[in-house]
Design a protein around this ligand. Sequence first.
Ligand code: SF4
Ligand code: SF4
Length: 313
Amino acid sequence: MRGRSEPAARKDRALIFEVKGNSLDDGPGIRTVVFFKGCPLNCVWCHNPESKKAQVEISFDREKCIGCGSCLAACPENALDRAETSFIDRKRCTLCMECTSACPSGALSQVGRYLHIDELMAEIEKDIPFFRASAGGITLSGGEPSLYMDFSSNLLQRAKLKEIHTLVETCGFFDYRKFMEALYPFLDTIYYDIKIFDPTEHKRLCGAPNEKILENFKLLAAECSRDGKELLPRIPLIPGATATSENLASIARFLKESGSARVELLSYNPLWLSKLSLLGQSAPCGSVSSPGEWMPVSQVEQCRKLFSDFQIK
Ligand code: SF4
Ligand code: SF4
């Protein structure tokens, strides 16, 4: 069986679900984004649901299936049944990945692989000319990079030796002292997600309390301001969850008190629903209003205006 789960505290390898080159969406310039697999939060609307579990998973895309049956013959556990909507009986599945090797169409695929730091750096270094030409660099994303603190520290230090710009996207749920020792010195920019201000609602919709996230942000804001590092708070606009005027006003007040002059609002993306179904999961009812629809521009504008009222760009 290929690793179902392994401890995250390794310096030389980590569980990664994608390394994406030529990204223009995750920081300045052209970037290579490393998506770690595993997150301490469990946000209902996570737009990368395949990043949540710190373990290898299997995905099935019915639209790609040509019905050849090779996987059925390959599975030693009899865990596959084309008559079932879910196709994979995930209780029986041991993640041996025999079926993904047998599948000719890519309908069955492994999500997440353990990458060695040397392998990852070799991939990143190929993109150095693009970083130089565009003032880009690498972005550690996820999932949550700080879940792999030692590996991320190692990766950032290796990048800095090559004079590569470094950025982390974090949910803020980390041990502050460890973050400051292991990651902060090797980071140029930090993108910091803040989702829900009310602690009870945060726990209900994100699966963990938010005190540590808010406290870490305040401390980091003071540190970044002293050191001249960029700290950009980001808020995903989720209809009926984060994108309520009460929640956004509370966050705006908090950001103002922390000295933030800018915020990035991330418009709602309903594609998480189809990603969830590839993993054999469905969204909990009633947690997001109109979950299958894109957010109207007028609503995004209203949210933006709310921050302008607090003189936050
Ligand atoms: S990974 Fe595929 S072949 Fe292996 S037990 Fe699961 S369904 Fe069967
Ligand atoms: S091997 Fe792939 S294409 Fe063939 S039946 Fe299985 S999932 Fe479908």
